[in-house]
Structure formats: C-alpha cells, structure tokens
Design a protein around this ligand. Sequence first.
Ligand code: GDP
Length: 191
Amino acid sequence: DRSAGRVGGLNPVNGDSDAKNLRVKLVLLGDSGVGKTCIVLRFVRGQFDPTSKVTVGASFLSQTIALQDSTTVKFEIWDTAGQERYAALAPLYYRGAAVAVIAYDITNPDSFHKAQHWVKELQKHGSPDIVLALVGNKADLQEKREVSVQDGIDYAEKNGMFFIETSAKTADNINQLFEEIAKRLPRPSPS
Ligand code: GDP
C-alpha cells in the first residue's frame, strides 16, 4: 500500500482503526535540514533522494507495515515540508497525531536543542497518549558527530520517549524506527 498526495483539509485520523489494523497519524518535527523528508522517503520508497523535496505546504505519504502478531499499522506521515520555520504551524498539524517523530542531526547540536523545543511543544499540545520518538539522524557521519549517543539516550529517558539513531542515507535503523513505534502504539480494545 503506497500512496502519495497533497493534504487539503485536515482529516480526522485513527477513525477506521480496529484491533488488527491500526491507522495512525504520524507527524515529523525537527529543524530544517535534519533529514525528515529523507527519512520518510527512505521508509516509504526505499530510496535516498535528497533532491525530491516538496516546497510548499504540508504533504503526506503513507506506508503500512505488518507486525509479527499479524496486526498491521498504516502510518499516515505528515511532513512539515519547510513550515517548521513558522511558529504558527502547531496545533492544526499535531491534531489527532498518535505519533510524533522528533528528529535532529547528530552533527548539529543546535538541531538537538531545537528538538527539545519540539518535545516540550508536543508535551503541551499533543494528545496525552501520543507516542514520542526522538531520532538522531545522519548517523553515517560519525566523524562529524557533535551530539553523543548518551545525550540522546538521557534526554529521551527523562521525557519518556523512544530513542534511536538513524541514517536515511545508508538506511540504517529506518525500518526499525517505524517498527519500534508500531510496537508502542496503544491498541484499541477488540469489540
Ligand atoms: P528536512 O528539511 O529535515 O526535511 O531535511 P531533508 O530530508 O531535506 O535533508 C536535508 C539534507 O540532509 C539533504 O541534503 C540530505 O541529503 C541530507 N541528509 C538527510 N539524511 C541524511 C543522512 O542520514 N545522512 C547524510 N549524510 N545526509 C543526510
């Protein structure tokens, strides 16, 4: 299941989830340039293509994964497509999100601090049971690393978040990121 499209209005999400097939809205946050679009394109299309970048407005892609217990999770992934520069992005974008992936670039300490800003924002405005994932991207650039693994772990632990380092370039831990999120989703009770 692969689809791409522009988002016009804002749809209620999680609406047609059942115990076996979850459908969740996932929002991506983080400083511009940390690799959010590349992470999504790697996950959804299996490619690293830094040139294909949407320029205006929020866009989304969706991707379904199957878990070992035969449940499926369809992620509807919202990328800010550059709008993270505008403070006014917030509540409309977060609304109905079951998951927020907050990314930074391990070579850029400033992006790590920006990530912490987004975590606070989500803790304030996100839904109370939102799954928060902290992602240190560009892990392939070890020689340029300026944010330690331990700093990521410590911050995530303090804030009850899942933490992982990824590389959209080499595909390291990209699928694992989404699988681990899927495992942490609250399950609707079977009816
Ligand atoms: P966004 O603004 O957060 O959506 O960032 P993009 O996905 O547009 O990526 C910004 C830049 O970082 C691009 O030039 C990408 O090629 C580069 N980039 C993204 N992910 C990685 C990664 O994992 N490793 C490396 N080395 N570069 C990356």
